[in-house]
Design a protein around this ligand. Structure first.
Ligand SMILES: CC(C)(COP(=O)(O)OP(=O)(O)OC[C@H]1O[C@@H](n2cnc3c(N)ncnc32)[C@H](O)[C@@H]1OP(=O)(O)O)[C@@H](O)C(=O)NCCC(=O)NCCS
Length: 131
């Protein structure tokens, strides 16, 4: 079941994010709290048997939508949960007037997004700088 995220979901969402990030320590709690306060309709979790097993958070700038966070618990990956989360996030973004959804993909996740119909945009490149 895909539903809106609640403050009580934050600890489980944090552990899913840590698990998919191979244990690298990063703290999402303040980010998740801010997302819930600012755009609760774009904060989703997947729940199964009372357990939170996935998360999707979107963002919006005008007609452009962004996937800010998408993660499925490792033991549940490959069972359609990521697809369901993206379906619902896309629906809610469309309702807000979003025309194009963009996402930063890794080599590990690009196959998933291709399966959902996303295409590499040759004109957009990701750049970064340590500051
Ligand atoms: C990427 C991720 C969100 C996908 O969620 P998931 O629940 O495992 O994916 P689903 O089971 O819903 O798969 C949906 C479709 O994508 C395909 N797919 C999933 N992972 C894939 C991969 N790595 N390569 C190619 N195709 C893939 C599935 O076969 C399925 O296709 P189908 O509908 O034609 O059968 C999840 O694996 C994850 O959390 N990974 C680690 C974190 C991450 O990379 N997040 C994204 C960063 S932006």
């Amino acid at each position: 079941m895909i539903r809106a995220m609640a403050p009580d979901d934050i600890p489980q969402v944090q552990s899913i994010a840590l698990a998919v990030n191979k244990g690298e320590a990063y703290d999402l709690r303040s980010f998740l709290g801010a997302c819930l306060a600012q755009k609760p309709d774009l904060c989703l979790v997947a729940e199964d048997g009372g357990e939170t097993v996935g998360v999707a958070i979107g963002g919006q700038v005008g007609t452009l939508g962004m996937v800010d966070l998408l993660a499925v618990a490792p033991s549940r990956q490959g069972t359609g949960i990521g697809n369901q989360l993206m379906d619902e996030l896309s629906r809610r973004c469309r309702e807000r007037g979003v025309k194009r959804l963009v996402v930063l993909v890794s080599s590990a996740s690009s196959g998933f997004y291709r399966a959902l119909g996303f295409e590499a945009d040759e004109d957009l490149k990701f750049m970064s700088k340590r500051i």
